[in-house]
Design a protein around this ligand. Structure first.
Ligand code: S3P
Length: 436
């Protein structure tokens, strides 16, 4: 297993680009596979997760050609996918498994959907239940875990009031809705990322949004055109990846970096508001719209972070950013407290436990709770370098590589390659920008 050694840094300086947004890349790849004709997806994510989605779409009959970050997908039309003789492998990617389950539920064939050890431990009942209500026959281990056997069926539309705020669950039902008879309605209890709704519209699906309710017509009926059209699209840079660099620049006072072409969709930018409310210096520049999404540059300078409490409706909007925020706790004045985030326990790892363990290894004072954690601020003492065990979780590895920049002494990230799941060049880019 590869290890990465992180030395403390004085500051970060320079400019960089992020890989294409992971959430958007998954959705474009799936919809391009369901569209008729050749879609061109530029700046497609380099993340291993999105390449799992491409492999699944290819196994289902879409033609996928990859030239660096340009991906061409020849779609087979909404009724043109074919069954895969081997199990579809979502790797480490919850988004691949949950969204694809929605698509497979509406096919006229059966599929087996599996993933790595971590993904096989993550709850799938949240998508199995509504897809079953729509008429699909889905079986999983203990009725909750992959591998999933999905016997597609003629689906019926449902009016689904989501019991939890999850973009993946919302998306699974909306994608299944494309294959249902009638109008599928999904209402979310709190706002979550809306990339599926935007992408459906771009590819020509009949979708409408009012507040927290989204309606999609089955492609066979209603006012739908009956098909999706191939598109030429640019994927914005991944804001969730940019957050590691925003955090690194913020924690080292003399830093000055710019991050170009980042996705700034309002359902993702709560993290920037949160950083700014804690005292970070972040400027958004050159905003422009691109097929429903927004792209811009971020200029970030070092600052003194106040810290604070993150809870309630804020949680789903910053869910992927919580590991980085928690790991910044010891560098903040008041510390960081995270509440109402039990969902973190069923991400790529039990992130609450992984954060508490590794923060303690670096000498932080941490209280672990069922739904979050409280990390003491600067007064509790400076962090010291340590061996970090990321538990195979990309965001834990990256969060501690950043925390290591401000610590005393060297930090070693074990199994550092797990960062490839979302950001293959992460350590190289961090090293390039760090001044010592
Ligand atoms: C994602 C939704 C979120 C997020 C994940 C990506 C998506 O998961 O944590 O990394 O692309 O829809 P949940 O919907 O389960 O909260």
């Amino acid at each position: 297993m590869k290890k990465e050694t992180i030395h403390p840094a004085k500051y970060l300086t320079g400019g960089l680009e992020m890989p294409g947004d992971k959430s958007i890349s998954h959705r474009y790849a799936m919809l391009a596979g369901l569209a008729e004709g050749v879609s061109e997806l530029r700046h497609f994510s380099a993340a291993a997760d999105c390449h799992s989605t491409l492999r699944c779409m290819s196994a289902l009959g879409a033609e996928v050609k990859i030239a660096k970050n340009l991906v061409r997908v020849t779609g087979r039309g909404p009724r043109g996918l074919k069954s895969s003789w081997r199990a579809l492998d979502a790797g480490n990617s919850g988004t691949t498994m949950r969204l694809l389950a929605g698509i497979l539920a509406g096919q006229e064939f059966s599929s087996r959907l599996t993933g790595d050890e971590s993904l096989q431990k993550r709850p799938m009942r949240r998508v199995i239940a509504p897809l079953r209500e729509m008429g699909a026959d889905i079986r999983g281990r203990d009725d909750n875990f992959a591998p999933l056997e999905i016997r597609g069926a003629k689906l019926k539309a449902i009016d689904f009031k989501m019991p939890m705020a999850s973009a993946q669950v919302k998306s699974a039902v909306l994608l299944a809705g494309l294959f249902a008879e009638g109008e599928t309605i999904v209402t979310e209890p709190a706002r979550t990322r809306d990339h599926t709704e935007l992408a459906l519209e771009v590819f020509g699906a009949p979708v409408e949004k009012h507040g927290r309710t989204i309606r999609v017509h089955g492609l066979g009926l209603g006012n739908g055109t009956g098909k999706l059209s191939a598109k030429s699209l640019e994927v914005p840079g991944d804001l969730s990846s940019a957050v590691f660099f925003i955090a690194a620049a913020s924690l080292l006072p003399d830093s000055n970096i710019s991050i170009h072409n980042v996705g700034l969709n309002p359902t993702r930018t709560a993290i920037l508001d949160l950083f700014v409310s804690m005292g970070a210096s972040i400027q958004m520049l050159g905003l422009k719209g691109t097929q429903g999404e927004i792209i811009g540059d971020l200029a970030v300078k070092g600052a003194s972070l106040k810290g604070g409490v993150i809870a309630g409706e804020q949680i789903p909007l910053v869910i992927d950013e919580l590991p980085m925020l928690a790991a910044l706790g010891p560098y903040s004045e008041e510390g960081i407290e995270i509440r109402d985030a039990a969902e973190l326990r069923v991400k790529e790892s039990d992130r609450i436990a992984a954060l508490a363990e590794n923060l303690r290894r670096m000498g932080a004072t941490v209280q672990e709770r069922p739904d979050g954690l409280k990390v003491e601020g600067r007064r509790a003492g400076k962090l010291r370098g340590a061996e970090i065990e990321p538990r195979g979780d990309h965001r834990i590895a990256m969060a501690f590589a950043v925390a290591a920049l401000g610590a005393e002494g060297l930090t070693v990230i074990r199994d550092s390659e797990c960062a490839r799941v979302s950001f293959p060049d992460f350590y190289k880019e961090l090293e390039r920008l760090a001044e010592r």
